[in-house]
Ligand binder design. Structure first.
Ligand code: 13P
Length: 282
C-alpha cells in the first residue's frame, strides 16, 4: 500500500522509531527493498534520486514500485530524493510519487524558503509530502570543497525554525556531521544540536548519509527525534562487491548477466533487512 511520508513518519513517531529510506535505481534494487520489507512485515521508503534520471526514467520506476508494493498491506512510500529542479518534482508528482524532497540547501535561506514553499503548496494540494533540507552535507564521494570546515555547514537551530515555519514542510533533513558517501573516519554527530533542532521544530528530522554511521549513533539520533534514515552507499557498493565476487567465481564464457544480478540483489536484500531489523531494536 502506498502512503505519503507524513503518514509513515506519524507512525514512526508513535512507535518512537525511524523508518529506513533506501535508494533504488532499477528493478533489482526495488525488488530487494520490497522483499525485505515484505519478509519482515515492516514499512519502508523507496527513494529515487534526481541524479538517477540518466539511469532510468522516473515514470518506469514509479510503475514498477506501484505494481510491486501497492497490493501489499504494508505501508510503503515512493519518495523523490534530492531534487534540485522544479521540473523533476513535478514529474515525480505526476507519475505517482507520494513524497518529494526539494533540496535547496545550496541556496541562500530566503530563496530556499521561497522555492520550498511553492513546492509544498503544489504537493500538499494532491496529498504528496515534502522533505526539505538545510545545511551542507559534503559531496557524494565523501569529499568537501577545499578549505571548507564541515561544522560551518551544520544546520542552525534558528534557521531550522525559520525554514520549517516558513515552508510547511513535512520533514527536515539536517547536517550535523553526517555526509553522503564513504566517511574518511568514524563520523561524529553533533547530538546536542540534533536534540535542540528536534525540540524546536514540529516536524520530524531526517538523517541522510547513514552508510558508515555506527548503529549506536543511529539509535541515539532516533532517540533524539530522527524518524527517517537514508541509506544508499552501503547497498550500492555491496551490490558491486557481490557482482565482483560472482565474476571471480564464474569465469566461464557463458556466464549470465541475469545470474550475476541475482547475486547483487541478494546482497542488497540482506543489507536492507539488517537496517530494518536494527531500526526495530530498542
Ligand atoms: P549514503 O549513501 O551515505 O548512505 O547516503 C544516502 C542518502 O543520504 C541519500 O539521500
Amino acid at each position: 500500500m502506498l502512503v505519503n511520508l507524513k503518514t509513515i513518519l506519524k507512525y514512526a513517531a508513535e512507535q518512537e522509531r525511524a523508518i529506513g529510506a533506501f535508494n533504488v535505481y532499477n528493478l533489482e534494487s526495488i525488488l530487494a527493498v520490497a522483499q525485505a520489507s515484505q519478509e519482515l512485515n515492516q514499512p519502508v521508503i523507496l527513494s529515487f534520486g534526481e541524479g538517477y534520471l540518466s539511469h532510468a526514467p522516473i515514470e518506469v520506476i514509479a510503475t514498477i514500485v506501484r505494481k510491486i508494493c501497492a497490493p501489499s498491506d504494508i505501508p510503503v512510500v515512493l519518495h523523490l530524493d534530492h531534487a534540485k529542479e522544479f521540473s523533476t518534482v513535478m514529474r515525480a508528482i505526476r507519475c505517482g510519487f507520494t513524497s518529494v524532497m526539494y533540496d535547496g540547501s545550496y541556496l541562500p535561506l530566503e530563496q530556499n524558503i521561497a522555492n520550498t514553499k511553492k513546492i509544498v503548496e503544489i504537493a500538499h494540494a494532491v496529498g504528496v509530502s515534502v522533505e526539505g533540507e538545510l545545511g551542507y552535507m559534503n559531496n557524494e564521494d565523501g569529499s568537501c570543497e577545499p578549505g571548507f570546515e564541515m561544522e560551518k555547514g551544520y544546520t542552525s537551530v534558528s534557521a531550522a525554525v525559520q525554514y520549517a515555519n516558513g515552508t510547511g514542510i513535512d520533514a527536515l533533513a539536517v547536517a550535523i556531521g553526517n555526509a553522503h558517501g564513504i566517511y574518511k573516519g568514524i563520523p561524529e554527530l553533533d547530538f546536542d544540536r540534533l536534540g535542540e533542532i528536534s525540540a524546536a521544530i514540529s516536524v520530524p528530522v531526517v538523517l541522510h548519509g547513514c552508510s558508515g554511521i555506527p548503529d549506536a549513533a543511529i539509535k541515539k539520533a532516533v532517540s533524539l527525534g530522527v524518524r527517517k534514515i537514508n541509506v544508499n552507499t552501503e547497498i550500492s557498493t555491496g551490490a558491486v562487491r557481490a557482482a565482483r565476487e560472482f565474476l571471480v567465481d564464474h569465469t566461464e564464457k557463458n556466464t549470465r548477466f541475469e545470474t550475476m544480478l541475482k547475486a547483487s540483489r541478494q546482497t542488497m536484500f540482506e543489507t536492507v533487512k539488517n537496517y530494518i531489523n536494527m531500526l526495530g531494536e530498542k
